[in-house]
Design a protein. Structure first.
Length: 133
C-alpha cells in the first residue's frame, strides 16, 4: 500500500503563491499609484500599507506554525517506510523512518493549535522499551 498527500501539497503551494502575488499586487497598487494619495474612507495610504503588511505577516506566521509536510507512506515487504519533507521555506530536509512490521506498536494522531495542526505519533517496540516518533 502506498499513500502520499501530493494533491494537498500542490493546493497549499498554489495558495501560498496566490497569496504572495496578491500581496505584491496590493503593495504595488498602494505604493506606486497616485490613486490613494488622498484619504479613502478616512484612512491614508500608510494605514492601508500597514494593515496589508500585518495581515500578510499574520498569514506567514500562521502557516509557519502549522508546519505543513509532504508525507508519503509505503508498505514494503517486512517494513513500513514513512517519508516526509517540511514545506517551510529553507527547511526542506528530507527525512524518513523505516520500521520493521514486527516492531510497530501503533500510531496516534495528536491535534494542537486550536485543532488545526495534526501530528502523527508512531509507536515502536525496541529492546529498551517503547519509543515514539
Amino acid at each position: 500500500m502506498i499513500f502520499d498527500n501530493r494533491n494537498i501539497v500542490m493546493r497549499l503551494n498554489i495558495r501560498r503563491y496566490l497569496t504572495i502575488l496578491a500581496y505584491f499586487i496590493l503593495m504595488g497598487l498602494f505604493l506606486l499609484s497616485d490613486i490613494f494619495n488622498k484619504p479613502v474612507f478616512g484612512y491614508d495610504k500608510t494605514t492601508y500599507v500597514i494593515v496589508i503588511n500585518a495581515i500578510y505577516l499574520t498569514y506567514i506566521i500562521f502557516t509557519f506554525s502549522l508546519n505543513y509536510n509532504f508525507f508519503s507512506y509505503k508498505d514494503e515487504g517486512n517494513k513500513l517506510v514513512f517519508r516526509f519533507v517540511s514545506l517551510r521555506p529553507f527547511d526542506n530536509k528530507k527525512q524518513a523512518i523505516e520500521i520493521l512490521k514486527k516492531d510497530f506498536a501503533g500510531y496516534e494522531f495528536q491535534k494542537s493549535l486550536f485543532n488545526l495542526k495534526e501530528d502523527l505519533i508512531l509507536t515502536v517496540r525496541t529492546k529498551n522499551g517503547v519509543a515514539n516518533y
